[in-house]
Write a protein that binds this ligand. Structure first.
Ligand code: ADP
Ligand code: MG
Length: 696
């Protein structure tokens, strides 16, 4: 008789959930809604939280201030509206003859879930209030019938979907973990697990779903967090390696080129700028592509560093392009170059979405024929298949507005160009290491000499008159200023109406008699450029604008700024805006008006007016945003972390990064069969986002 073939581990993991005991087609559909199709999906469907039943108490034995779980029936509910949308929901819970009150603020809609008589389990910190035990915003679980919660355990809490309750999901997951966790292959070697103090996969899987104690849960989580960070670092290391195998033209500076470039500059470079230039020119001299991030606070002088690098490329007989996120910025770069290069024989062109098809065709033709050395523009440069004949260097300004992928969009046949990306949003170190982990980094910390600080104030409504009085005096003494209005909603027309209203009001009231310009997203590129030009040349004293003025705009005489609706801006954006008025030799003054309805908004604005370093603000911002918000990871085109939190797990991140780099150094493409599983994990998760294409 023929034996039935053994099921392999892969078969077990790939088994559709509907064949599981107690699932079936109907439940499989529910599970599908949670993204759970196979046994493997279920094994890696980690709890979103836990309920610690190791401290299950009866109400009779509670102690003030300790964290406990209590099980009881809903006795009654009461809802008190306290005005302006605020409310207090109280749920009285009965356990034998004792009572406790659970409280929720501003969540009146929860009331309907607490039917009288329903048994619930609540966990939180208890406090005595007016002779009765109280628990504010506890975790809650609704129990089935007379089910008794298992005391002494830490219960997993899973995300749910309609038609599935917590107990059902727990049962399904628990069954799968028991029967199938053993089928999951270990991706790390024993030595590796030891070296990094990581639990083996099976123990970690079992403990993350069904922890026996807080300590074992922590160990299990640590293993998965490490793995998650490690896999990203591995993908980044692979990407870096892959890029370094492309051939790029070596662009070498000699003393003559260096002298010729420096003659164009009207100021001495700062030591940070010198160091960045040294790092960049060393990279560009290599025969594989540079991939470097230049980060520096607003006004730290990144442009001139980029200009130096671009002129090196041109001097070496190559083309170069700089891409800015907006037309305004592109136009400003164009003027900077025009000013610097007025006596040089550099053939340059301006390429944005505003060109007519015929103009675009002409420009594109010239670029292809090698008749243009320098292209300055927006994303239009990468759209529509422009081919460069001899592209040596691409500079991307304000990289935080671009995705990871755009970096490689400017490919050409033959040699790859060198890449320099710049950002004025200082990025927390852990984020740089993960989102930009495949880039080398140069940092400009010191501002150019003579830079004046900006005095920043968060003002109350009743200080308006005083502020405008000050604003007018400064304007009369020759300074210029900005008035920034927030984006009210994601609609150019509404925002335009709002900024227009502010403009009209100021024209007849506070700033009557001064020349005001208006700038917003609804204007045509020509209108925007005229508004900027008028402000730059001093034809207007004040520019009333939405935050389109945010990045990179450089008008040294502008030293005043009023920000309206400050609560609507993020910290990074506020700091960017402030950067507009710290560019000249006069001190800057900034005043924010805001309606502070949340604590978070107050903390953010307090931090803003009290901290001038963009790097410090970036770290504060990162903390305030809290876990989950991986600094717009999605905006950068990377998938989210499941468990890792960059602001909390920075030590693990650094460890994972070094380990990943070591591994790739010893086995460049992870061809060694013992690394096969790691390669697969990295490719599955990041292959597409990081364009690892043919690595695997
Ligand atoms: P950002 O880093 O924000 O892009 P910019 O490159 O626009 O800053 O530089 C801000 C201003 O500082 C510009 O007006 C520029 O000309 C000036 N600047 C740059 N480097 C120096 C320097 N070494 N000495 C004096 N001024 C400088
Ligand atoms: Mg800039």
């Amino acid at each position: 008789m023929k034996e039935r073939p053994e099921k392999t581990s892969a078969d077990i993991l790939a088994m559709p959930v509907q064949y599981l005991k107690g699932v079936g087609p109907a439940r499989a559909e529910h599970l599908e809604r949670l993204g759970l199709r196979t046994v493997q999906d279920i094994l890696f469907f980690f709890p979103r939280d836990y309920q610690d039943m190791s401290e299950l108490r009866s109400i009779a034995d509670l102690h003030e201030g300790v964290s406990v779980s209590v099980c009881g029936a809903v006795e009654e509910t009461d809802l008190r509206e306290t005005g302006s949308g605020r409310s207090v929901l109280g749920v009285l819970i009965r356990d034998a003859n004792h009572f406790m009150r659970a409280i929720w603020f501003n969540q009146p809609y929860l009331r309907q879930r607490f039917e009288v008589g329903r048994r619930i389990l609540v966990s939180g910190v208890v406090k005595m209030n007016g002779g009765r035990w109280e628990m504010v915003h506890p975790k809650v679980e609704f129990l089935d019938g007379n089910a008794v919660p298992p005391a002494g355990r830490i219960l997993p809490i899973y995300s749910l979907t309609e038609g599935l309750n917590q107990q059902q999901v727990r049962r399904i997951v628990e069954g799968v973990v028991e029967s199938s966790a053993c089928a999951v292959p270990e991706a790390f070697s024993d030595d590796f697990l030891d070296a990094h103090n990581l639990w083996p996969i099976q123990a970690a899987l079992s403990q993350i779903h069904k922890p026996t104690s807080r300590e074992t849960l922590e160990q299990a989580r640590r293993r998965f967090i490490f793995q998650e960070l490690f896999i990203l670092q591995l993908a980044l290391a692979l990407r870096k390696h892959k890029q370094s195998t492309d051939a790029a033209p070596p662009l070498v500076v000699d003393a003559k080129i260096d002298a010729r470039i420096r003659r164009l500059f009207s100021f001495a470079l700062t030591s940070d700028q010198e160091r960045a230039i040294a790092e960049i020119t060393a990279d560009m001299a290599c025969d594989y592509p540079m991939n470097r991030l230049l980060q520096g606070d607003v006004g730290s002088g990144k442009t001139i560093v980029a200009v130096y690098a671009m002129l090196v490329a041109i001097a070496c007989g190559h083309q170069t392009a700089i891409m800015a996120p907006t037309e305004i910025l592109a136009a400003q770069h164009f003027e900077t170059f025009a000013r610097l290069l007025q006596n040089a024989r550099v053939r340059s062109t301006f390429l944005t979405g505003g060109l007519t098809p015929a103009q675009r065709k002409g420009v594109s033709h010239q670029i292809e024929a090698g008749e243009i050395d320098l292209v300055i523009g927006t994303q239009a440069i990468v759209q529509g298949g422009i081919k460069f004949s001899k592209l040596g260097l691409v500079v991307i300004d304000e990289q935080h507005k671009f995705g990871v992928r755009q970096r490689s969009a400017l490919k050409q046949a033959g040699l790859a160009p060198h890449y320099l990306v710049m950002t004025a949003t200082p990025i927390p170190r852990t984020v740089t290491l993960s989102l930009y982990g495949d880039l080398d980094v140069s940092t400009l910390r010191e501002p150019p000499p003579g830079r004046q600080p900006v005095r920043s104030y968060l003002a109350e409504e009743n200080q308006r008159a005083k502020w405008w009085d000050f604003f007018r005096r400064k304007l009369s003494s020759g300074r210029q200023g900005y008035v920034i209005t927030p984006l009210v909603e994601a609609s150019d027309s509404v925002d335009a109406a709002n900024v227009k209203q502010v403009f009209d009001d100021l024209s007849i009231k506070e700033l009557h008699g001064f020349r005001l310009g208006l700038l917003h997203g609804r204007l045509t590129p020509e209108e925007k450029s005229i508004a900027m030009q008028d402000f730059r040349t001093g034809k207007t004293n004040v520019l009333v604008s939405t935050s389109v003025v945010e990045v990179g705009v450089d008008v040294p005489n502008a030293t005043l700024m009023t920000i309206e609706g400050g609560e609507r801006f993020g910290l990074a954006q506020l700091h960017q805006l402030r950067g507009r008025i710290s560019r000249g030799t006069h001190p800057g003054y900034l005043c924010v008006f805001a309606s502070l309805t949340t604590d978070e908004a107050r903390q953010r604005l307090d931090a803003f007016v009290n901290t001038s370093s963009g790097f410090e603000l970036a770290e504060i911002d990162f903390r305030l945003r809290g876990p989950g918000d991986v600094f717009g990871a999605q905006q950068h085109g990377l998938p989210r972390f499941y468990l890792a939190d960059l602001s909390r797990d920075s030590d693990l991140l650094v460890e994972a990064r070094l380990a990943a780099q070591d591994l790739v150094a010893s086995d460049t493409y992870l061809k060694d069969p013992k690394n096969e599983r790691l390669l697969k994990l990295a490719m599955n998760r990041y292959g597409q986002a990081l364009e690892l294409g043919d690595v695997g």
